[in-house]
Design a protein around this ligand. Structure first.
Ligand SMILES: [Zn+2]
Length: 416
């Protein structure tokens, strides 16, 4: 249960900002949610500068929003679609919750009033492309840019003031690609992934959406939740999610972009990581392969010689081996994605413990009168390849007298 001294219930981000800036006396600024004494409310507003942290969301990126434990940011994609978006708006209004909406340009074009309702309710409005193609990871960059710009154009067209649009963008289907991310970042637009979805776009029950939202949040302790305001199951699940968030002591954070008049909330770099790195297990966390989409393929910075405590003046005194290691470290790239792929036909190489056994079996079979020799002769490439990867002692057997006992034993067995 959350006491009123912890949770701030407010109606506008301005009040929230004032409350947040006077940390230490939050209860003094707490306001009720009119007509809804049990509302979850919005605990604080977080002002972010997209240029300082251009990619957020641990489903794909290293950084996420600098949330404290038990803080949640609600995000809704793909709207506005009046039938469901209006219900989502009502549920959020009844709880005095501020969220972030990622608008599809085509939807804004068809329903500009829906965009205006979001702005009027004080929610943050970002964009989500013009047509929501699920091919951002492979479409030509000029096409991807047109998708981004179309979404921005039609969303701002629905607003009375283009400054009401937040420079936040979520790639449809989270189909990220370096090219489009760089384009967005060059324009000062923050790329939003998420910390966990609730699978509300899949054919699951609303109860399942509720369960997934809570389970995944509990697993991480805080984060950005990805939902969709165009789904009936989301509308049905949302009240339960909000009730449970309150029961479990979670707090809602409203995120807005920094402007000239509204500076970013001061944060430390480490706060942009979901969990602070532990000094006891730093190696176990690297290299981290994201469990959703391979996110980071850029080369890691090579350690400088100075990092190895090898100052230039002392180099001649260093053991030769240390210098060689420094040289290698400077040229090694981060492991590429291809390294994790298993080339076709190379399973035997990976399973090296069984490879030698297979090579021996194959040699024995080749000596039998059942035609295996002929089969091997027809596939010289395969045969040679396997022999190459076999253990040395078996390679020797193939050429020397050591193969004879195997042949005899094999023949004996087969004639029994
Ligand atoms: Zn979407």
């Amino acid at each position: 249960m959350i006491g009123s001294s912890v949770v701030l219930r407010t109606r506008s981000w301005i009040v929230l900002c004032v409350g947040f800036l006077t940390v230490g006396a939050p209860s003094a600024f707490a306001t009720e949610c009119p007509g809804h004494p049990d509302a979850l409310g919005t605990s604080r507003t977080l002002v972010v500068d997209p240029r300082e942290h251009p990619r957020i969301g641990t489903m794909q990126y290293r950084e996420t929003l600098p949330l404290k434990d038990h803080e949640v940011v609600l995000t809704f994609d793909d709207g506005p679609l009046p039938k469901y978006s209006n219900q989502v708006l009502k549920i959020l209004a009844d709880e005095c919750i501020k969220a972030t909406f990622f608008i599809v340009g085509r939807q804004a074009k068809a329903n500009p009033e829906g965009v205006r309702k979001l702005v009027a309710a004080g929610h943050t409005v970002g964009t989500h492309s013009m047509n929501h193609p699920l091919t951002f990871d492979r479409m030509p960059i000029d096409k991807a840019e047109a998708e981004v710009n179309g979404g921005i154009e039609w969303t701002t067209a629905a607003m009375s003031d283009s400054s009401e649009l937040a420079p936040f963008f979520r790639i449809p289907g989270l189909m990220r690609a370096e090219g489009i991310e760089n384009y967005l970042i060059s324009r000062g637009i923050q790329v939003w992934s998420a910390d966990f979805p609730a699978d509300d776009w899949r054919h699951v029950s609303s109860d399942r959406v509720y369960q997934l939202a809570i389970q995944r949040l509990e697993a991480k302790g805080k984060g950005v939740l990805l939902l969709h305001d165009i789904q009936a199951r989301t509308v049905a699940a949302l009240p339960k999610i909000i009730r449970d968030l309150k029961a479990r002591g979670y707090r809602i954070v409203h995120v807005v972009p920094a402007t000239a008049e509204r500076p970013a909330t001061p944060t430390e770099p480490v706060e942009w990581l979901l969990h602070r790195p532990s000094e006891s297990v730093p190696i176990a966390r690297w290299p981290a392969v994201p469990n959703f989409v391979f996110a980071q393929v850029r080369t890691l910075p090579a350690p400088a010689l100075a990092d190895l405590n090898a100052q230039a003046a002392h180099q001649p005194l260093l053991p030769r081996r240390t210098r060689a290691e420094a040289s290698v470290a400077a040229t090694l790239a981060a492991p590429g994605r291809d390294l994790f792929a298993i080339p076709e036909g190379s399973l035997e190489v990976l399973l090296s413990t069984t490879a030698s056994r297979r090579a021996a079996t194959r040699l024995a079979a080749a000596a039998t009168p059942h035609g295996s020799r002929g089969k091997a002769a027809r596939m010289p490439g395969r045969s040679a390849g396997h022999a190459t990867h076999a253990a040395p002692k078996h390679a020797a057997q193939a050429n020397g007298t050591a193969t004879r006992p195997t042949r005899l034993a094999s023949l004996k067995k087969r004639t029994q």
